[in-house]
Write a protein that binds this ligand. Sequence first.
Ligand SMILES: *Cc1c(COP(=O)(O)O)cnc(C)c1O
Length: 391
Amino acid sequence: MDQSFVVRAQRLRRLPPYLFKAIDEKKAAVKARGVDIIDLGVGDPDLPTPPHILEAMKKALDDPSNHRYPSYSGMLEFREAVAQWYHERFGVSVAPEREVISLIGSKEGIAHFPLALVDTGDRVLVPSPAYPVYHIATLFAGGESYVMPLEERRGFLPDLDSIPEEVAVSSKVMFINYPNNPTSAVASREFFERVVEFAMRYKIVVCHDAAYTELAFDGYRPLSFLQVDGAKEVGVEFHSLSKTYNMTGWRIGFAVGNPDAISALGDIKSNIDSGVFQAVQWAAIEALRGDQGCVEEMIRVYQERRDLMVQGLREAGFEVTPPKATFYLWVKVPEGYTSAGMTEHLLEKAGVVVTPGNGFGEPGEGFFRIALTQDKARLEEAVNRMKQVVL
Ligand SMILES: *Cc1c(COP(=O)(O)O)cnc(C)c1O
């Protein structure tokens, strides 16, 4: 047979290439030459989950009532802990029974969200550069992404006024994400207010990915989208415990906000998954309710890394703005290089892996992303090698 028996569905054939695939291949080739590679590519925290959270999981493991199917939308205790945390952190009240849902990591919820609201041919407003899931989830739901470019001159906020009227009226969902991955930009209250106004005018459901609200520096406290008047009428916010408590492997997050949108997402999920292992939910409850000193400590560690890298990169001749939040640096590619060219240059000459900005979407061209997810010594080594590389 000249054709494989297994023919992939169109939705898979329409997938853009996996962001890290090309980098992984080049990395493997350089590694095979015996180079000690420093990977600043993937944003996966290197720090362990705090011990009190591990203890809560261990205790929950021994209780057989946790071994059974969990509730689809999350244990009430978990949703109450979320509501309490939300109120303490943002001063926003959400009803645990109707306005909170557990997720198997926020990626899972974000990926399923368009299935709940988007019909074939519906438009979805998607930022670019961005976390790839917004566009791909739209594709999987049969929707069409309309790209909102994030440009430096606008502080990496989308220009809502430039969205054509006919696009706005045919859009069902808008994705936004602040503090932002990959640009590390933050949003002002005014921006969120404009989003609410726009969403109300065109009946668009806003999906705010808030994975990095807790990871902010110099005392800065990012806003929740739901802190803006009217936001709960138009949107939902996705949160993750992954970055805040170094729990990427545990797979737990939550969505809060508009009860109809939460219920629609719940109806998709209850037909696909069966909720989050209760022992993991107990660990998450401990994370949200327990001492938040571990979050302060995490911020201190990343802030130190940020300062070290920003200074080193500048000495190496790179242009970079110190981020107010997230563990990413969004670095300008020097004149004469493309994002891909610079990435390859740094890998070949310095053994340092970074992510090319255009990998997050064409408007990311001209930048590369550094993840501060290695310890100080490795970061110092990386930046010292980068200084040796001729630009
Ligand atoms: C890490 C990340 C997520 C996913 O987090 P999980 O809860 O681990 O699924 C979502 N959005 C952005 C922008 C991220 O960087």
